[in-house]
Design a protein around this ligand. Sequence first.
Ligand SMILES: Cc1cc2nc3c(=O)[nH]c(=O)nc-3n(C[C@H](O)[C@H](O)[C@H](O)COP(=O)(O)O)c2cc1C
Length: 346
Amino acid sequence: MKSSFSGNLSFTIFGESHGSAIGVTIEGLPVGFQPDMEALRAFLSRRAPGNSPLSSSRKEADLPEFVSGLFDGRVCGGPVTALIRNTDARSSDYDTNGDGSQKSQNVPRPGHADYTAELKYRGFQDYRGGGSFSGRMTAPLCIVGGLCLQLLAQRGIAVSSRAVEIGGISGSAEALEQRILQAKAEGDSVGGIIEVCAAGVPGGLGGPLFEGLEGRIAQTVFAIPAVKGIEFGSGFEGSRLRGSENNDPFRMDGGEVITASNRSGGILGGISDGMPLVFRVAVKPTPSIGKTQQSVDIISNANTDLTITGRHDPCIVPRALPCMEAATAIVLLDALLERKKEEPWT
Ligand SMILES: Cc1cc2nc3c(=O)[nH]c(=O)nc-3n(C[C@H](O)[C@H](O)[C@H](O)COP(=O)(O)O)c2cc1C
């Protein structure tokens, strides 16, 4: 299982949804950096469950405990390890008969990773709460990303995100919320589209081929469960335009080169062009729903019905917003550290 991001910044995410703890070990954070723990906790609480009728009722404060790598509140050079204890796991939800006789490992949830985890790990996987496939594994991702966001802010870079569509509709925050609550009331779920923007990104980050910012962002964003698509700038819509319509004209602005439009989403040739980075992410509807679904019992090899009783998000989008910001910040900080090493010898 590869749970590591390896670049100028490296980290490994560990733990399972219903194990004793989840966490992350990070290497490559700049020495002397003093994380703002209050800001980090506020960031993590946007992702934590149990804070709203739009999210799972599993109640987890998600307070990180830093056990190494900080001295006097500053990064001291060794690996930084942060833990989050799991305090509200209810593993009996994954015995689908409630008495341990039928487990989600034996009757896989449609749309979830139960079946593919079984194929890969041959029965040894921790299936409780989705194990390492749980959306809960994005909490450690948000610890790293939260720290990266603070470092980027010190260089004038701000990453933000918003839901632009829920369940096929766009509109006011209230309308989108209603769409989620309606699905929840019907024992169902909805997906949506998230737009991410990074402002203040300097030109020159990234590179061609496998160094390209789009590829690096896509790979990190796809580490977030339930992500099914990504488009940069004008994306799929741009493919329907003419070159004359899709190209962004270059202009001079107070001695600086800018583009008059931003259909490239701030990236040309895999390299940032100094305009805001803009991309959109498709998030699928939550697979675990209240409605009875068709599945199979892989022990008796028979078709069966499955009714899921656990606590689940009726829509993943609201809790995925900070995850998208975290993934983006990780790639941008990694590219910024790389850029530092590329400075010409003068
Ligand atoms: C923040 C977050 C919360 C999630 N919550 C749930 C949930 O409550 N129930 C569920 O079935 N899936 C949830 N998921 C999605 C599943 O983890 C995901 O669909 C599953 O692992 C299969 O992976 P895939 O959809 O990427 O193929 C969540 C994902 C994220 C990012």
